[in-house]
Design a protein around this ligand. Sequence first.
Ligand code: SF4
Ligand code: SF4
Length: 129
Amino acid sequence: MKEQNKIQSKNAIEEAKEIFSSCIKCGMCKSICPVFSVLREEHLSPRGHSSLAIKNVFTDSFFHCTLCKACEEKCPIKLKICDAIIKIRESLSLEEKNIKENKEMIKKVRETGNPFGGEKSSGDKLYCC
Ligand code: SF4
Ligand code: SF4
């Protein structure tokens, strides 16, 4: 890994941990999380993400989040959970620990401007946003 990527990755993790460090582990965010409500696994819930990050455990589970921000609405201290998850994903990507599906999506965006592939985007329009 390039030295610059290492520094960027470390900074991204520190920023994410700083956000999660205020989490009081109340679990108010869990019931509203669409990923947790289907898969019922603590490590895929917002509180689970917080616990893992604080313990320096950075796994594929951070890629399961849809970034819907429902948990942020429920959180009594309004933690910027999605910002923290994005930072962790950034770090994992810089360290080339991206999941296969994410790598494929990035490749398709670069090739066609469309995360689903297929027709090439005209101009600088992206289909994903
Ligand atoms: S609601 Fe907020 S403070 Fe409570 S566990 Fe979830 S992220 Fe942490
Ligand atoms: S932003 Fe992620 S962690 Fe929060 S409720 Fe949505 S899917 Fe769950």
